[in-house]
Ligand binder design. Structure first.
Ligand code: NAP
Length: 541
């Protein structure tokens, strides 16, 4: 941005915090414009979520070819995904490949933890303080800090006292962990735990799963991509991305236009069987369009899935424990599984229902519930994240008048388009609350946010603006609109990270409007309109 009004010159035009999927792409786009930009990354390398989450079985459940970046034909052509749903090592290799191919690494600073970022109104710049004691200044601050990057440990007494090995899944050690012959405990049954449990069940001596609330899981149906399919995928990238642009979630799966009652029962069941037996999220987001809207219809599909669980789990008592009773299918994030339920058919896998026997404490030897003390060699905490806003709370962002972002968002985020928040000028939130990426296939939503903010940057630069902040009116309107979108879907009715709940974080026990539920096409349309109207809702100076 031009320094036209005698404001102090910052060290960088732009600082991006985070070298994950969004930080990498944003850096690429800014370098294209010749911008002086640096990326500050807490990890020892690029990759964000894929750098950290090295737990056994980690993989995405977006189709690989919809997860890669769409901006470079050459990249699409040269990269071969080996599986329909690639594992973490491959995705990390991919992101490193992108970083090297486009010469991005030299603009990234690793092991660089940002502690505070404060806006200096007089100088119109951000001062960023790092854990290593350095201070950097920038005109524009872009946050690419991840939506699931603030891991939370359970608020259970004695966690520190355990003498064996223990780790949160997000911080899974980089060096191999030998679980062979070990007695292993895992806390949690979210998407992460579902992957680990299935992956390690046959590799450990004993695996004990501590479950508070079960989730509805459906099979991923992963498989290798053969040469012929690879060629087909490469020949159809344009159609694949166009399809993703049209669906609400940015996936190749979009809702079936029919309503449940419009279809005869036999046809309905055949359709559901087909969804259940097909790869990916179709079973969740490719269903009849009222399955995630109408409670009665949702209950019908929920029954269908409950019966699938009963078929997959041999012991009827265990099966009933694994069937959620507090929410319908798809009203929380659906973990896609590979032999998850089948793991419970093994003699060495045990399910402890914490509703029957709650954990009293972690002891030096293991875990003590209300009826038994279980000894373990390893405890795995698959206990999730202070999602979406947690990463923002862990950096002290100080805006105008000394206001802290964590205070402003304490009762829930307030944003304009999920991309900016009043009182924090010149800060663009690439992936955060109330934006388009959190409820979509992340890279698809992230590309939209990055392209939009790059165009905004150009606009600021070309017009000599050095300050950009949403108006209060625009923020109020957007935040209200986001709340409204919770009425369209049953997803807003269930306690989970989607709705801002986390039992391990004080104050996160009420509904917070974290997610824009209006769908990617409508979000994209809104972004385009705002830009066409000269960035309506943003005060530019
Ligand atoms: P999560 O879905 O929030 O699950 C956390 C689990 O820990 C829940 O089962 C929770 O129980 C349990 N838990 C938390 N605190 C506890 C406590 N104090 N005592 C007992 N149990 C406790 O977290 P996650 O599994 O890490 O997944 C988070 C998100 O990451 C996913 O929804 C998904 O978006 C993403 N992810 C994606 C993939 C993929 O692409 N395949 C894989 C993994 C993760 P309650 O349900 O009772 O709270």
């Amino acid at each position: 941005m031009a320094n036209t009004d005698n404001k102090a010159s910052p060290q960088h035009e732009v600082i991006i915090i985070g070298a994950g999927v969004s930080g990498i792409y944003q850096l690429y786009r800014l370098l294209e414009l010749g911008v002086d930009v640096t990326v500050l990354e807490a990890g020892g390398g690029p990759g964000g979520t894929w750098y950290w989450n090295r737990y056994p079985g980690a993989r995405f459940d977006s189709e690989s070819y919809t997860y890669g970046y769409s901006f470079s034909k050459e990249l699409l052509e040269e990269w071969n995904w080996s599986e329909h749903f690639a594992g973490q090592p491959e995705t990390l290799r991919y992101l490193n490949h992108v970083v090297d191919k486009f010469d991005l690494r030299g603009h990234m600073q690793f092991n660089c933890k940002v502690k505070t970022a404060a806006f200096d109104e007089a100088a119109r710049l951000w001062t960023v303080t790092l854990a290593d004691g350095r201070t950097l200044t920038t005109r524009l601050l872009l946050t690419a800090i991840g939506m699931l990057s603030a891991a939370t440990m359970p608020n259970i007494e004695g966690v520190e006292s355990f003498k064996g090995e223990s780790f949160h899944t997000y911080y899974w050690p980089r060096e191999p962990v030998d679980l062979k012959g070990k007695k292993v405990a895992i806390l949690g049954t979210g998407a992460t735990a579902v992957q680990i449990i299935a992956e390690i069940a046959d590799k450990v001596d004993e695996l004990t799963v501590f479950q508070r609330r079960p989730n509805w899981c459906a099979p991923l149906h992963n498989s290798p991509i053969d040469a012929e399919t690879q060629a087909k995928i490469k020949a159809s990238y344009d159609e694949i991305f166009e399809r993703c642009r049209q669906t609400p979630g940015g996936f190749i799966h979009g809702p079936d236009r029919r309503k449940f009652h419009e279809v005869p029962e036999a046809e309905r069941l055949a359709f559901w069987e087909e969804l259940y037996n097909s790869p990916g999220f179709g079973v969740w987001i490719g269903n009849f369009r009222d399955v995630l809207v109408d409670e009665k219809v949702n209950a019908e599909f929920t029954k269908f899935i409950a019966n699938k669980i009963r078929k997959r789990v041999h012991d009827p008592v265990t099966a009933e424990k694994l069937i959620p009773k507090d929410h319908g299918f798809g009203t929380r994030r659906v973990p896609l599984d590979t032999n998850y339920y089948e793991a419970y058919n093994r003699d060495n896998v045990h399910l402890i229902d914490l509703n029957e026997t709650p954990i009293e404490r972690v002891t030096p030897a293991g875990i003590k519930t209300s009826d038994h003390e279980y000894p373990f060699d390893v405890i795995i905490y698959a206990t999730g994240f202070d999602a979406i806003t947690g990463a923002f709370d862990r950096i002290e962002f100080i805006g105008t008048n000394g206001q802290k972002l964590s205070d402003k968002w304490f009762d829930g985020p307030l944003t304009y388009l999920g991309l900016q928040t009043t009182g924090f000028p010149n800060m663009i939130i690439l992936a955060g609350p109330q934006g388009g990426s959190v409820s979509t296939n992340f890279p698809r939503g992230i590309e939209e946010a990055v392209d939009w903010s790059t165009n905004l940057f150009k606009h600021l630069r070309e017009n000599g603006y050095s300050r950009v902040e949403p108006t209060q009116e625009a923020e109020d309107e957007w935040t209200e609109h986001v709340k409204e979108t919770y009425k369209y879907s049953l997803l807003g009715t269930t306690k989970s990270w989607f709705t801002g709940y986390n039992s391990n974080v004080a104050g996160h026990d009420t509904l917070r409007y974290m997610i824009y539920n209006g769908g990617a096409p409508r979000y994209r349309e809104r972004l385009a309109q705002v830009a066409e109207q000269g960035y309506k809702g943003l005060a530019l100076r």
